[in-house]
Design a protein around this ligand. Structure first.
Ligand SMILES: *Cc1c(COP(=O)(O)O)cnc(C)c1O
Ligand SMILES: [Zn+2]
Length: 426
């Protein structure tokens, strides 16, 4: 990995990429940086297009296809489940709902464990292997733990998982347990778990795989690379993405910046980050041009983004400035109504994902996104991750959370005879 190093976001200090650290001496977050002047963009584009459709090995992964800008390791050192290669759908009913004429949805819920986290995890697990770690740990609202447990199982590492008390979506918890994660439910919320896991990793010499880990961000850049490759390198006007711990939007803009500097793209897509009203520290800061202030008691049905103190907020802001981005917030009702539309379009996604569509609608309504703009929304997780939220909405039992089933599709109970069926189908 020549020309690759770790660089502090705050003070520009640099470290060897083989130095197993997550933060700078000054406390700042680290980026994986590379000397782009030594890379030929036109050559890369050709190389990547040549790998499209590779049938086996690391190059069949929608992350490692781009390994020159991820981690340039020999294929046999890579831990992969051939993640990525997710579809880019015309948004159908969800486009009509958002008021957009040219809207696509990139479905990251089609990854091996059902969320985009696999793109970061393949890279994080590969780093764990590079550092010869025996155990890996993360704090998680669910999808990170599902992904980490799976990749740890593949590589024979011991996964240790910290989850917050209270609701965690069943699909995600089920995966973590099933893949063999040692799962510790702590008395506290996600932000407390995040603090604890950092101390635990330091003290017990365990490799930390939260998105504070700079390698996870590198892997997640591939979402943007793959969108562009699927579009034959045509650049959308806007890319819309949900924001929780703010690693994914950081990755998106970092990747776009690298492609832009290499001349692989010649236009910068604008980026919209969408937060839930109940977990909106980035939105508040953005809107009021105020100092960063965590949300102390975050709450939202979109549990994947129920985070009050996102670790990557500084990196996220840096990327938003570069991409002339915006931040928007959406209500619980807006999230679940948008989800009903994504689901009814035949696509389907978990609640947090649907912030992309709820946010699209809001930004079109406000005149910030033009109805004819070329827009891609990222769906971050699979519909099956959180069946409780789906059933609650369609049975209209979410009133306590101030959500009504606007587009509810209730099951109908009938007697077991043909007349009852005819009656029900009327
Ligand atoms: C992790 C996650 C998010 C939030 O991504 P961040 O990088 O934490 O901002 C959104 N949706 C789903 C489904 C997730 O799993
Ligand atoms: Zn520093």
């Amino acid at each position: 990995m020549k020309n690759t190093f770790l660089k502090c976001v705050n003070c520009d200090a640099t470290y060897e990429v083989t130095d197993p650290r997550y933060t700078c001496e000054c406390g700042g977050l680290l980026d994986v940086s590379r000397d782009l002047s030594k890379i030929d963009g036109a050559f890369l584009k050709k190389l990547w297009d040549g790998r499209w459709g590779a049938k086996s090995g690391a190059e069949a992964s929608g992350v490692w296809r781009y390994k020159e800008l991820i981690l340039d390791l020999p294929n046999e050192e890579i831990v992969t489940r051939q993640e990525g290669n997710t579809r880019l759908y015309p948004a159908g009913k969800a486009a009509t709902y958002a008021g957009l004429n040219n809207f696509h949805l990139k479905h990251e819920g089609e990854n091996p464990t059902g969320s985009f986290k696999d793109r970061g995890m393949t890279c994080g697990a590969t780093a764990a292997k590079m550092f010869k770690a025996k155990s890996v740990a993360c704090a998680s609202t669910g999808n990170t733990s599902a992904s980490m447990a799976s990749y740890a199982a593949v590589e024979g590492l011991k996964p240790i998982i910290f989850i917050p008390e209270g609701k965690i979506a069943y699909g995600k918890l089920a995966q973590a347990l099933a893949y063999g994660g040692k799962t510790l439910q702590i008395q506290g919320n996600f932000d407390d778990a995040m603090e604890l896991v950092q101390d635990v990793c330091k003290e017990l010499n365990i490799y930390l795989l939260n998105s504070i880990n700079p390698f996870r961000i590198e892997g997640q850049k591939a979402i943007g690379f793959e969108i562009l490759q699927q579009l034959d390198w045509q650049v959308p006007d806007w890319i819309i993405i949900p924001g929780g711990n703010l690693g994914n939007n950081t990755a998106l803009t970092k990747g776009m910046q690298e492609l832009y500097e290499l001349g692989i793209i010649n236009k910068i897509p604008r980026v919209a980050v969408i937060q839930a009203e109940g977990a909106n520290p980035l939105y508040t800061m953005w809107k009021n041009q105020s100092e960063y202030k965590p949300v102390l008691d975050p709450d939202t049905i979109a549990t994947a983004i129920k985070i009050g103190n996102p670790v990557s907020w500084t990196k996220s802001l840096r990327g938003l400035k570069w991409a002339n981005g915006v931040v928007e917030q959406v209500s619980e009702q807006e999230i679940m109504d948008a989800k009903a539309m994504v689901d009814a379009a035949g696509i389907g996604a978990e609640p947090a994902s649907c912030c992309s569509v709820a946010g699209a609608k809001k930004l079109v309504d406000k005149g910030i996104i033009d109805k004819d703009a070329f827009v891609v929304g990222i769906l971050t997780g699979n519909i099956l991750k959180d069946p409780d939220a789906v059933i609650g909405y369609h049975q209209n039992t979410l009133q306590a959370q101030n959500i009504v089933g606007t587009y509810a599709n209730k099951p109908i109970k009938i007697e077991c005879n043909i007349d009852a069926v005819k009656n029900a189908l009327k």
